[in-house]
Design a protein around this ligand. Sequence first.
Ligand code: HEM
Length: 259
Amino acid sequence: MSLKSFLRKHLKIIVTIAVTIVAILCRKYISYFSLIDEVKVENKSVPIFSPDQLKKYNGIDESNLYLAVMGVIFDVTQSEKHYGKGAPYNYFVGKDGSRGFVTGKFKDESEEKDHILDLTCNELLTMLDWRKTFREKYPAVGLLAGRYYDKYGKDTNYLKVLKERVQKCKEDKDRAKKEEAIYPPCNISWSEDEGSKVWCTKSSGGVIRNWVGVPRQLFTPGDEKPRCVCIQLDKGNSSQLKKYDGCPDTSEECLVQDT
Ligand code: HEM
């Protein structure tokens, strides 16, 4: 078969393939330029969005639904029931509303809506849990130039400070967990007849162990009030520990005036 007759015979197929290839290339080209700022992008594989660009991904101006969590943009189009128009979490769409994940304030349109550095350690760790949820469930499609990343996609000073703070929070949490294994919390109850009572069991404070222990007050520097912990008599000789007034040294439960 000559080339001419081959082309004539398969013209339809050849045209279809050519049109498909051009369409794919156009799509890639168009989406590339509608996503990326006209800036020098250090890592070309990560599109950088300006706040105004992100705003458009609200399911109306652009059909997809995008939101940013701590500067990372996720495509949440698959969860229209959560984020679409009129849905309970539509507030988060088209912006970085990180603070709202902790405060539950879904009307904050101020400059502070992505500010989280002033939150407590627990709140910051909640924030990280949210980010993990998004990372696992939704595709990340870019970075938002602003508080967390600059227009080249590099960490801002704010993000650097945040990372250090989070690291310290994690260390504090680990330390508290280790301390809890040595000094597990007591059980605490109150009744009209007895008043406040603290006591230890092999599972008090949710710490399962093979010893019961006796209640003591633990004074931790920085804490306003002491807290009741269970200690092993032969190991609890820290200066931060104090007996409960009127409670025998070896008693597993104590009646106390004020807990
Ligand atoms: C600080 C307050 C809250 C925040 C920031 C928040 C945030 C969210 C977000 C972002 C989602 C969607 C998660 C995803 O994309 O998979 C979600 C889902 C959901 N939320 Fe909330 N929420 C809050 C409070 C509440 C409360 C008080 C309730 C119940 C009364 C609730 C019930 C639900 C339910 C039922 C879902 C759907 C779960 C699913 O279908 O997978 N939320 N929440």
